[in-house]
Design a protein around this ligand. Sequence first.
Ligand code: 2IT
Length: 445
Amino acid sequence: MYDLTDFMNGLERRNPAQPEFIQATREVLESIIDTVNENPVYEKHRILERLTEADRIFSFRVEWEDDEGNLQVNRGYRIQFNNALGPYKGGLRFHASVTLGTLKFLGFEQTLKNSLTTLPMGGGKGGSDFSPKGKSDGEIMRFCRSFMSELQKYIGPDTDVPAGDIGVGAREIGYLYGQYKRLRDENTGVLTGKGLSYGGSILRPEATGYGAMYFASSMLALKGESLAGKTIALSGFGNVAWGAAQKATQLGAKVVTISGPDGYIYDEEGVGTPEKWAYMSYLRLSNNDVVEPYAKEFGATFVPRKKPWEVKVDFAFPCAIQNELSLADAKTLVANGVQGVVEISNMGCQADAMYYFLEKKILFAPGKAANAGGVAVSGLEMTQNAMHIAWTAEEVDEKLKDIMRKIHDSCVKEGMEEDGYINYVKGANITGFRKVADTMVQLGY
Ligand code: 2IT
């Protein structure tokens, strides 16, 4: 029998000063501990110890020259967390807040998320404390080149396939892939999120946001409802919020907020036109990390230094970064009558905020289930690359919908409580865990 408290004490001792990793593992272990203890084979195979220890971690120096000719130094990482189900798969994050602990939490989450997609992908994550904010395109390119010069030693289309995450979009993937080609002279699916002209999948940029809206639609369908007519608060303004705003609009909902580190935009008319979505991309590519200019451009309201969770909405979708939604925010949302909260950012809610939503029986979906559409379409990109073909938008969209529905239904199966409330956190954690754990048992050690 595993004792949760003892196990977590040991984990904290072995991973000091990594609060996000401890938060992510604690949440999962709380969900799965009964399942694990009911099945002694898991303890015999030391599954919890093995699942919470990354297979291996690379850390490297990244040197690049800024526009003034000064040499700059950052730290790069790649964490190969678990490859029981397939090649390590997961994004690269370039953000000033990145630490080893951040990437370990993301690699751990990714392992279970990728398991949920039903596709053969293990879990990995990487990135750097490099901040694209205020950098020129040339600086970003030189950083990406240097980062890939080191990273290319550890990755490959059948072993470890990175992609984008915060701060890494189509532009950065292009620079990274360009350097990989220069060094290796190979055209392979070693990265996903590639441009369409060099092996990318149609709909990959939209996939995370689209998938989350499909997931939310399934949650509502169980109640005989849909997203049509709902008002929605999104945070963030990058790739994920961009895709989410498009699909929410197509499904008849109205997105009234987006946000950045500088504050949030309240757009009463809705972030619902191609011009507004194009402007979000323009803001992201300008490397300033602000949303305020949107207000002037479209006559919306800018609320400085605040988060969008104070706006009265039917659904909230955190799309920015981990722990962006606090208990105080959760209480405000619930007091304002929110019907559902769906994490599109990884671990977007602080632990006490998440438990508050569950306690109040709010429809709540964790990121590892709701945002899995992004990595799922990355998996489809790998398949297309391996087959040297390109599917149409309709084909990819159909597969994405099917995957999101399967993830939703497996969460319902494992997460249904006695009173009929669906605990999607428990459902996602148990389903994601089982496949990885059973496979590890089958593979031996
Ligand atoms: O958090 C995530 O799932 C991602 N950043 C996407 C990873 C991927 O390999 O597409």
